[in-house]
Design a protein around this ligand. Structure first.
Ligand SMILES: Cc1cc2nc3c(=O)[nH]c(=O)nc-3n(C[C@H](O)[C@H](O)[C@H](O)COP(=O)(O)OP(=O)(O)OC[C@H]3O[C@@H](n4cnc5c(N)ncnc54)[C@H](O)[C@@H]3O)c2cc1C
Length: 346
């Protein structure tokens, strides 16, 4: 495995932000990973794992070793009449896995079609869309602990999955490197269609009939393509902010001032309400605004975009102004969903 010095990360992040890594390597097997780890220790370099780069914002150059995760493989560990256990390499592309599962008749992740990135990154923020989260189908994962060089298995409870959250988001960067993810999928269709926009799209396409998993995936793909900018054309990282979870008192105060606030229930936190960051930002007038080459998408106020040549620092400055405006107007603190990587290892 080759280790490159002074490597250009611009094509490795979907914000297309210019940044360079002091060292860079692509790991395709366990031996590569151990070699990368030994190199980082020997050279005393911090380590950052990168999958598809669709949830990171580089603020400046990275002073350590960037390990590009490309470990492949899909292995059927167990199967009975009802379910299958699949162990998937961390470097597999998430959307390709969704499509592969549909072809094989393995169901449960069709609502997560077209989410960019790798399988290994999926547990980090417990990816979710259209009423389904990774946690729903997650069985376990294996991760290499950088400090000890040992491999550990994390069962579902160990991962502490929450809304766009898991235990892996809170450790030191590079501390745990996910190498495989095991999913438990159903052999019978389990359509989850109650998410409003998905429900409406399916009704428009198929009337009252129960949609097949492929039809659900097709509808999800169509909605995503119509709503979200393609990073290949307009670089972005999807939603920049998480949807804030607020209490009843804050919600009552807001309701007194605004009609028809969109809300989502928070099943595991009674009395709490999730409201879309996009709605707050839209009310505050951020849709389509620009600060130089850093901008806000014209249809999606929660999506920051790079109009060409924006630096990570410019995008971050825009994000901070948006957070300040929402705090000032609504008293609500928006939290970034995207991982902000600063030179210190961030
Ligand atoms: C257009 C667009 C739409 C999106 N829509 C959604 C959506 O609907 N739902 C959603 O949840 N997300 C969405 N995202 C965000 C993103 O796709 C997911 O967070 C995805 O899981 C990131 O995968 P990645 O491989 O690109 O991760 P990267 O951006 O490469 O990394 C993200 C973080 O995970 C860490 N990491 C990556 N791989 C590993 C590993 N193997 N071991 C340890 N740490 C690792 C990185 O160090 C970094 O901290 C969207 C992004 C875009 C650009």
């Amino acid at each position: 495995m080759e280790i490159f010095a002074d490597f250009d990360l611009t094509p490795c992040n979907t914000f297309a932000v210019a940044s360079r890594a002091r060292a860079f390597c692509t790991v395709r097997e366990q031996a590569d990973l151990l070699q990368a780890l030994a190199y980082a220790v020997e050279q005393d370099l911090p380590l950052l794992v990168l999958g598809g780069g669709s949830n990171v914002l580089f603020i400046d150059d990275y002073p350590g070793l960037v390990v590009h995760m490309a470990m492949p493989g899909i292995e059927r560990l167990e199967q009975d009449d009802n379910r299958v256990l699949l162990q998937v390499g961390a470097g597999e592309n998430w959307h390709n896995l969704v499509m592969w599962c549909l072809r094989k008749g393995f169901y449960g992740i069709e609502n997560l079609a077209l989410i960019p990135g790798t399988v290994g990154a999926a547990p980090i923020q417990n990816i979710g869309a259209y009423g389904v989260e990774l946690a729903t189908v997650f069985a376990c994962l294996t991760a290499l602990e950088a400090n000890s060089g040992e491999f550990w298995t994390f069962q579902r409870d160990d991962c502490q999955f929450g809304y766009r959250d898991s235990v892996f988001k809170h450790g030191r960067p590079g501390e745990l490197i996910i190498t495989t993810v095991t999913l438990q999928l159903s052999l019978a269709p389990v359509p989850v269609t109650d998410y409003r926009t998905l429900h409406e799209e399916l009704e428009r396409r198929h009337g009252d009939s129960v949609p097949s998993p492929q039809q659900v995936a097709d509808a999800v793909i169509a909605i995503r393509q119509s709503k979200l900018p393609d990073p290949a054309r307009l670089p972005n990282c999807g939603s920049f902010f998480k949807n804030p979870v607020i209490d009843q008192a804050t919600f009552q105060t807001l309701s007194a001032r605004y009609d028809r606030i969109p809300v989502f229930p928070v099943p595991d936190q009674p009395g709490q309400i999730k409201i879309p960051a996009a709605w707050l930002l839209d009310q505050a007038g951020w849709k389509g605004r620009r600060q130089g080459a850093a901008g806000v998408h014209r249809e999606q106020a929660v999506v920051l975009v790079n109009h060409g040549g924006a630096s990570g620092a410019e995008l971050l400055a825009l994000a901070r102004d948006m957070q300040a405006a929402v705090l000032d107007r609504f008293g609500i603190a928006l939290e970034p969903e995207v991982r902000i990587v600063q030179g210190s290892g961030g």
